[in-house]
Design a protein around this ligand. Structure first.
Ligand code: SAH
Length: 349
């Protein structure tokens, strides 16, 4: 198993090289791509228009689906589902399906664990295990796409907001984005994908030069360096002045609206003064603020702000002219909310 070639890791060109290299006609490449990315079938035995010998070779030499479903949970609202997958080396990751009236959004993981160490986030609390490969990222999307097919529904949006820091696994995340964006494959518009980051400045700069128009969300959580150093430890390396400069450059280069995520923590970052400082920081920027009342996690030193505070904070930002919305809380009963993803092993502790 360890030496098998991971099929979903391959770009279009690499897949073509492989199949042509096996002496197969070029149209087989298209057939395989259609099974994988349009029909979302990763079980090679179901690829009925391929000759038996080719199917056998794929089974023998390739790993078509790196994910094994370990647990699937549905929230009581019936609109949020979380899947926990085991990877071939035993690592575990989670991915979430959120159903809205017309669109279905997937929240997927880019790393097993996370090295960013944000104390309020369950993934941060478990520490870093390893980067996911592009194929392991793509497979999470195909898993849910397959489920939605049965309901004649489609994946409308993908947010890279599951476990891990996507920009710390830049190459594989981008490979996965290209795979999902490829018009001969999954064909999801780049504008329907959003990468969320704690603020890796050099990687944001790199992102501004990519041709794909992927959305950028920045987990800000605090409007001053003193406070942000505690809440998002990476701030000590890339303080707010640097972060805000790269975001301004990003907007200038791409002309795209940036989202700022801000988790409201009771008596920590949720005062009127914080709201005013935040408004000052983003004044004049093409941006949108997404407020999230902090979700509970086992070892968080902080707790979520009360509803009245959340509303007052939003109103104050809006009064200052900053477009602000409150993110719907979803899947809290199955620990599928923002920052609640971690693996089953640590859940048993
Ligand atoms: N590492 C990236 C991607 C993860 S996205 C990032 O941090 O942006 C997960 C989002 O949920 C981030 O905005 C994160 O700050 C937020 N989050 C983490 N823990 C949370 C919690 N307990 N309650 C609410 N939001 C949380």
């Amino acid at each position: 198993m360890a030496n098998k070639l991971a099929l979903l890791n391959l770009s279009r060109i690499e897949l073509k090289e492989l199949i042509i290299g096996w002496g197969e006609p070029a149209y087989r490449v298209e057939q395989i791509e259609t099974w994988l990315y349009k029909r979302h079938i990763t079980d090679v035995s179901q690829m009925s228009n391929l000759p038996k010998t080719l199917r056998q070779r794929l089974v023998d030499e390739c790993l078509a689906d790196p994910l094994k479903l370990a647990v699937s949970l549905d929230s009581t609202d019936g609109r949020t589902r979380k899947a926990l997958f085991a990877l071939p080396d035993g690592q575990e990751i989670e991915a979430v399906l959120m159903r809205y009236d017309k669109r279905q959004t997937l929240c997927i993981s880019t790393q097993a664990g996370c090295a960013m160490d944000c104390p309020f986030c369950a993934t941060g609390q478990m520490g870093f295990r390893r980067n996911l490969s592009a194929g392991e990222i793509v497979a999470q999307v195909l898993y849910y796409a397959r489920q939605l097919d049965r309901e004649e529904k489609r994946v409308a949006n993908i947010v890279f907001m599951g476990m891990g820091e996507p920009l710390a696994n830049y190459a594989e995340t981008w490979r996965a984005i290209r795979r999902m964006n490829d018009s001969t494959g999954f064909n999801l518009g780049a504008r329907h994908m959003t990468v969320s980051t704690v603020g890796l400045v050099p990687a944001i700069r790199r992102m501004s030069r990519e041709p794909e128009q992927v959305g950028l969300a920045v987990s800000l959580h605090a409007p001053t360096d003193d406070l942000r150093d505690k809440i998002v430890p990476l701030n000590r390396r890339y303080p707010l002045a640097m972060l805000m400069q790269v975001i301004r450059d990003y907007i200038d280069a791409t002309n795209r609206r940036v989202t700022f995520e801000y988790a409201l923590m009771d008596n920590i970052n949720d005062s009127d003064t914080h709201a005013d400082q935040f408004a000052g920081l983003v004044q004049g920027l093409l941006c949108h603020i997404n407020l999230i009342p902090l979700n509970p996690t086992p070892n968080s030193p902080w707790s979520g702000s009360p509803d009245e505070r959340v509303l007052a904070f939003r109103d104050r930002l809006q009064a200052a002219g900053v477009p602000t919305t409150i993110r719907l809380r979803r899947g809290i009963d199955i620990a599928a909310g923002c920052g609640q993803l971690r693996n089953a092993h640590s859940q048993q502790k």
